[in-house]
Design a protein around this ligand. Structure first.
Ligand code: GAP
Length: 434
């Protein structure tokens, strides 16, 4: 990583901690590898992303429904899905210093990143699923796993959804939820972690339409990322070669982002999972997971197209893209759809009760409509910069003239331009802007 990119990463990590977006997990106990917590602003930002995804994937479509399945599932699910046997990464250990690495992440020189030696054990398959036990007795029979993907919760509920929702092929089932992977090495902040939220759609379709739908969803998903403000030049498609595809996929295309710390890398995956999962679960459980097609009067096992994106990676890409520096200020150029607060309201001076009183009433009124924050600490310039740094698109200031003319100043984050508007028109004006 060159110095500029390295300092961008450091600045972003520091800003997100300092301003309450992202905290290292269990920090007061020296942390825990590859786990992060979302702070008050992070949770707002992520919640906005989830709402936008849900709107685009579920609400705006006639043929997609939602689901929220449990994280813990019967261990047969993971045997049948192929995860027990196949959800592995190649692990090697340095014989000199005993550090462990993913073999395919070693540097080209194959020197140990910790001690520099080149003396490795043979590579072995390391399963990424976290094991746990159900109930008070810990035997082999009580063992199960924290889910590494939410998709399996959708497949095992396929018949329940078909039976209850009058869905007609092609249709989708969408889910947002946590996934857990005991990654051999974590790093690059939120890029590779061990616990993360993912947004997954399983789109069930006719086998003969699967290729067309696979193309359709690639474009849909790329357009969505562009709509969030990610730049076209920083996004591309990359098709997986046969040797890197997941065990269930006939074809996989990644939507890659040009990460400042590593160059191109996966942001979202779109896979054609064929009928692999439904067939496997049907055979293993003995329950019929086929679909009766009214038109052809035949039972078929649908193919599945799956777009799947991690919220942490998405948030990281958006933060990189929006991080901006000018002479005197750092600001996040977040789209107003994504910004944690849409509006901040200030009294010009904190020690003037008449200004504070009016500012508070403006704040409470605005807050009914938009996510808003009140701030009366420090001087007004510092308050503006403080809101810029967390990406608040508009700041509203109540000053002495406001007491006479019932107007306030609205400042735009990006241009820093200020407009005078009537308090009674403020909400309507903000609504148009936001
Ligand atoms: N159900 C499909 C599936 O799980 P995946 O490509 O393994 O596919 C989906 O994961 C998405 O989850 C990725 O595109 C990425 O955004 C995110 N993701 C995967 N592993 C991750 C990790 N260790 N840390 C953060 N995000 C991760």
């Amino acid at each position: 990583m060159n110095n500029k990119k390295q300092s961008l990463m450091q600045n972003l990590v520091s800003l997100t901690k300092r301003r309450g977006f992202i905290f290292p997990g269990s920090e007061i106990y020296e942390g825990i590898g590859g786990i992060y917590d979302l702070g008050p602003l992070g949770v707002e930002l992520v919640s906005n992303l989830k709402k936008l995804w849900w709107k685009n994937i579920v609400r705006e479509r006639e043929n997609v429904v939602g689901l929220d399945s449990a994280i813990l599932m019967n261990s047969e699910v993971w045997k049948t899905s192929g995860h027990v046997a196949g959800f592995t990464d190649p692990l090697v250990e340095c014989k000199n210093c005993h550090s462990r690495f993913r073999e395919d992440h070693l540097p080209d020189s194959r020197n140990c990143p910790t001690c520099g030696k080149k003396d490795w054990t043979d590579s072995r398959k390391f399963n990424l699923m976290f094991k746990t036990h159900i109930g008070p007795v810990e035997t082999e029979g009580t063992e199960t796993f924290l889910r590494p993907e939410t998709a399996q919760g959708i497949f095992v509920n396929f018949a329940n959804v078909v039976d209850t929702m009058r869905v007609k092929l092609p249709f989708g089932i969408a889910q947002i939820g946590k996934g857990f992977r005991n990654e051999i090495t974590t790093g690059n902040f939120l890029f590779r972690v061990r616990e993360f939220e993912m947004m997954e759609l399983e789109y069930f379709t006719y086998p003969e339409k699967a290729e067309k739908d696979f193309e359709y969803w690639q474009k849909e998903r790329m357009d969505w990322h562009l709509s969030l403000g990610l730049k076209k030049d920083n996004l591309r498609f990359r098709e997986h070669g046969a040797n890197e595809r997941a065990h269930y996929a006939a074809r996989s295309v990644d939507i890659e982002y040009n990460w400042p710390f590593m160059g191109w890398g996966e942001l979202e995956g779109v896979a054609n999972r064929t009928d692999f999962d439904l067939k496997a679960h049907s055979e293993s459980s003995g329950k019929d997971l086929s679909y009766f097609d009214e038109e052809s009067k035949k039972r078929i096992t649908p193919y599945v197209i799956e777009p799947s994106v991690g919220l942490g990676r998405l948030m990281l890409a958006i933060l990189f893209e929006s991080y901006s520096e000018e002479k005197e200020r750092v600001f996040l150029k977040l789209s107003s759809k994504i910004a944690p607060y849409k509006v901040a309201v200030f009294p010009l001076l904190a020690n003037k009760p008449e200004l504070v009183k009016l500012a508070k009433s403006v704040y409470l009124d605005v807050k009914e409509e938009f996510s808003a924050v009140f701030d009366d600490r420090g001087n007004i310039g510092k308050r503006y910069y403080s809101q810029d740094e967390i990406g608040t698109p508009y700041c509203v200031t109540v000053d002495f003239d406001s007491l006479k003319d019932n107007s306030v100043t609205v400042r735009d984050r990006d241009s820093m331009k200020q407009d005078r508007v009537k308090i009674k028109e403020l909400k309507e004006i903000l609504k148009k802007k936001l």
